[in-house]
Ligand binder design. Sequence first.
Ligand code: CAA
Length: 258
Amino acid sequence: ATAYETILVETRGKVGLITLNRPQALNALNSQLVGEVNRALDGFEADPGIGCVVITGSEKAFAAGADIKEMQAKTFPQSYLEDFITSWDRVANRRKPIIAAVAGFALGGGCELAMMCDIILAADTAKFGQPEIKLGVMPGAGGTQRLTRIVGKAKAMELCLTGRMMGAEEAERAGLVARVVPADKLLEDALKTAETIASMSLPIAMMTKESVNRAYETTLAEGIRFERRVFHAMFATADQKEGMAAFVEKRAPAFKNA
Ligand code: CAA
């Protein structure tokens, strides 16, 4: 099946664009939507013409969290047996770079989905938070872990324990957001950033993503070792030769993803 009901999927040149589209529920993330996002990402990962993906929502909401109405009646055995939420991790384990373009609410699972992406660009209207505690639960899609690593314990603890929302400026100051842009320029800016990334050598961009992510998963010494090995390996690519030759010859590089 190629039809999507809860997201819109487009290709803009070398950029794959996924727009979360459940406006009646502020893009609440139900199992169908997450399944469709994973299916769309499978397609973009497999398409050699795609170099970067943008995930965005609406003006009002990136996503207001996991779908509370779908979750409400779940029991422990049921959530354990279906391994509830683990399929969301597939977004974090993608190899091509993904940009989250966030306007409006990015709450609960919405904030967690954004943090699974590689870069968060925020409209000045963006509001981030982990309000799960107000529902009698806590973040279950990485919020207690990724938010803590990104913004540090003090702010993560405060956000998770009070459920308060933080605005785009505060999120940028805290290091959650790469850049804040005016809301009416958000998609344009995100697509431009994605296009820039997609114009690079794809294997080099993928290795760069993999290396930066190592910084979150290992010690500094191991991370540096990993970086050094991958850096050395890059000299076996045609794109390294092309990139450096183009600089010396004062022309634009023509990367071949090789
Ligand atoms: N799940 C299901 N439906 C949701 C939803 C959610 N997370 N968030 C909003 N909606 C629905 C509302 O129920 C409402 O539907 P109806 O019109 O049928 O009543 C519609 O979207 C519009 O929402 P509001 O009327 O509430 O809009 P608002 O502008 O007054 O408020 C809001 C916006 C402050 C974001 C409010 O909707 C809100 O608090 N939403 C819930 C946020 C939340 O708690 N998220 C965490 C979910 S738990 C989680 O994500 C677990 C995890 O870690 C994975």
